[in-house]
Design a binder for this molecule. Sequence first.
Ligand code: ZN
Length: 544
Amino acid sequence: MKKSLLWASVIAVIWCSFAIADNSKIPQRSDIAAQYKWKLEDIYPDTLAWQADFNRLQSQMGSIGAFEGKLGQSSENLYQCLSLRDSLNNILDRIYVYANLKQDEDTRISQYQEIADRASNLSTHLNEATSFIRPEIVAIPNATLENFLATNDKLKLYDFYIKDIIRTKAHILSPDQESLLANARMATRGPSNIFDMIDNADIKFPIVKDEHGNNIQLTHERYYKILESPDRRVRYDASKAYNGAYLNYINTLGATLAASVNDDWFMAETRKYKTTLEHDLDSDSIPVSVFDNLVKTVNANLAPLHKWVSIRKRVLKLDKIYPYDLDVPLARPAKLEFPYDSAVVTVETALAPLGPQYVSDYKNGINSGWVDVYETEGKTSGAFSWGAYSTHPYVLLNYNNSLDNFSTVAHEMGHAMHSFYTHKSQPYVYEGYATFVAEVASTTNEALLINYLLGHAKTKNEKIYLLTFYIQQIIGTFYTQVMFSEFEKAIHDQVEQDGALSAESMRKIYRDIYQKYWGPELNLETWNDIGGLRIPHFYNSYYV
Ligand SMILES: [Zn+2]
């Protein structure tokens, strides 16, 4: 990326015209300039180097077995074992992240599917090899552990880790059972992989006509952009076509999600939790009542969301309002496009309240291969931030010049910076942060960006457009996430109470919850309840 040009360029947002007509074809990865692709070579120069590390880990992995049965003998044994485990996991993370990010670049390439699969298997083997550690620590009397911690300075690093194991003692199984469970992961991770393959590699979306009659090949990213079209016929066609593509897989999706929920419950029940929810929250020591209170509070405060539907209906002058009317801007400034090069500079300026160090680290990340910018054929959809402890963060985008994409830069870079600082300041054993707090860094950045844009808006139309977006964002971050969680709880409840799930039953549950959240004024088309089966988060229990 041309740093000097970028840094010197004007901060003002470039408002271009609303045009998607040139999007009839999806670019290939080779069409994209290097400056807009992430640098996976910062992890390994090529797959040969990846393979060498893979072999190294495979041969070193067995050494952890030397500690089996000996952790209670001395504080030094315990320390050495945990330390070795961390260094093995640290290598594994690089192998795993590289293979999966390679696959994200183009999910259709079988070589990358294969290395991602092998990385998963290696991860299962390492988990299996280290699965004796937790049950052995559980078996050590608390007084002995306290004494270990008090007398071995090096072990103090693991103080929180060890105390957290003591906290969850009741849910840690015998070494044999733990080893069996670790091995079972290879079989039970199927559902989310199958969904990814349907959603990113196999699904074919139809072509729809834009407001000028031009053909648009629908993609995940283009779909959300088309929903902003002022032409209702275009929005209707896109909604029907996009959701219809999933309807072709409805039975496969139903069976896959049901398998995923059953897997979640199998893991929770085996670990003696009363529900999957309790299992998932316990890893961060969060009581179930926190979740229940959140859902209850949101349910008691749905009125503003219902009012928002009414306002939209009135401003858009609609007789009846449908989900495909919920994303169209309520005002249209003359120009609506936000090219990436100027967007990253604007985000940089908007983040100034976070201090010069933050801004300079952000700028460095943007300019040194953290981000994979554009949508290409076969690339994983959506946006995320990821990485390993010993790599810099990576951000996947499918940048399509919309305000939403613009805001996503701020959002994902918030996650990336959070990881960057966490990795800088924490030892490996504490490198992860809880999902429960993860969105703080990202949504703070979103809010700073929108504040900045509102402060610099020049016309009333721009302001209304930005405010509409801000409201949508609050709905998306607050109401929608809680709605998703409520849906997840409902389908997990069903299985936990010995019920069965089908595509049809899950669609009905989703439809009822969706209608409750958005209120009686919103009309649903027959295909709107497919959301319960096509949203990737549902294939990772309580991820939202
Ligand atoms: Zn996020």
